[in-house]
Design a protein around this ligand. Structure first.
Ligand code: GDP
Ligand code: MG
Length: 162
């Protein structure tokens, strides 16, 4: 059958979301996943990994000139990171809204960082900042076969089509 346009768009947009070692160690995995799940986004990949420092440097390559780069990469590689791919209409931009501003002091209440973090160096979660970085980050963290294709039972209710 023909997929409705909206359903197709929802399936096309994907973002990379990671709970950093502070979020994992603080027991915030379920809380953070819930926010994406309850919004109506679809989980398509998930794994717990301890990235090497070299891997962390690749992930944050855009920030290599910043003074906090070394500490940031040490931190990201210091323990388990929960790496995920979430899918849905507008998920890249709205995922960033759910996460909140980079500095938790400036994140609105109701956002993940606003509700659950206090300082910029321990802001518990990463989310891709645009379509190109989303593709790059998904490809860096996941092999194609780790992305699961399935029809979510919720989809027809979330999008109201078919
Ligand atoms: P994000 O996309 O909101 O995560 O922010 P950026 O891409 O600008 O920075 C990546 C990460 O580097 C942030 O999530 C913070 O953990 C860290 N970071 C950013 N700015 C600062 C800073 O001024 N000081 C420190 N210590 N860490 C920072
Ligand atoms: Mg960023």
């Amino acid at each position: 059958y023909m997929l409705h346009d909206q359903t197709q768009a929802a399936e096309l947009e994907r973002t990379f979301i990671a709970i950093k070692p502070d979020g994992v160690q603080r027991g915030l995995i379920a809380e953070i996943i819930s926010r994406f799940e309850q919004k109506g986004y679809k989980l398509v990949a998930i794994k717990l990994v301890v990235p090497s420092k070299e891997f962390a440097q690749k992930h944050y390559h855009d920030l290599s000139e910043r003074p906090f780069f070394n500490g940031l990469c040490d931190f990201l590689s210091s323990g388990p990171v929960l790496a995920m791919v979430w899918e849905g209409e507008g998920v890249i931009k709205y995922g960033r809204k759910l996460i909140g501003a980079t500095d938790p002091q400036k994140s609105e209440p109701g956002t993940i960082r606003g509700d659950l973090a206090v300082v910029v160096g321990r802001n518990i979660i990463h989310g891709s900042d645009g379509p190109e970085t989303a593709v790059d980050e998904i490809n860096l963290w996941f092999k194609p076969e780790e992305l699961v294709n399935y029809t979510s039972n919720a989809e027809k209710w979330v999008y109201g089509v078919n």
